[in-house]
Design a protein around this ligand. Sequence first.
Ligand code: PGA
Length: 273
Amino acid sequence: MVQINRGNSFEPPPPVRRIPIIAGNWKMNKTVEEALSLIDEMMDDLDAYEEVETVICPPFMALSPVMDLIEDTNLKLGAQNMFYKESGAYTGEISPLMLREVCDYVILGHSERRQYFHETDEDVNLKVRAALKNDLVPIIAVGENLEQREAGRTAELIANQVEIALREVNSFDAATVVIAYEPIWAIGTGKAASGQIANEVCQGIRQTVARLYNQEVASQVRIQYGGSVTGDNIAEFMSQPDIDGALVGGASLKAADFVKIVAQTQEAVGKKG
Ligand code: PGA
């Protein structure tokens, strides 16, 4: 970064402006027909909020048709999972080569994948590296469960998840990833974390990235909060210095709610220092 020399004093570099990112994780909901009708309902409204990067993550079946529908908008597309091999005898799996034809993003390591499909931190790391190799931006989900939080293990656990997920990822790639902090106790429960608690963990994630790489990479990485985000609480999260957006489940399935989240996010842009 170029520094302007005014006399003997150096102007500090301006803070990196991270573009806010809202991703709608539809999970295993919506047939292709339903997906197209939901997109149709909210597409124009979402497209109007140009300062927010809005990513729709429908089920695999709907990716291609949704891609066609949003072609002329600012909306981006993401998948909810991916296998780390590019091709081969892996019945039922989807490869990064297939996804890169249709989407820009892929959610990796969601707690539901970890819980129901036994994905480990090491699996997540393999997937993160495969995604980056294929020009897909991973949205890496991390989070603690209630027992772990109550045992005071949150910071250590999240740092460990982030560290393993980013193993062997170079600093150039690391700066491009999105990390989603999703406390498991807040997912689908209607009990979102407070802005302050969420920011504490997101700040810890940024510090972990700084420790693994450097301050510059840490200041570029975008960190989302996820877990019962709504149009009514998004402003609280977006007002936090280390929260750059949200990974939204339930509320992304209702056009009015999702549009409100994106609208509130755009409103929060510029209010941050
Ligand atoms: P929720 O889900 O918004 O319904 O809590 C978030 C997620 O699982 O990504």
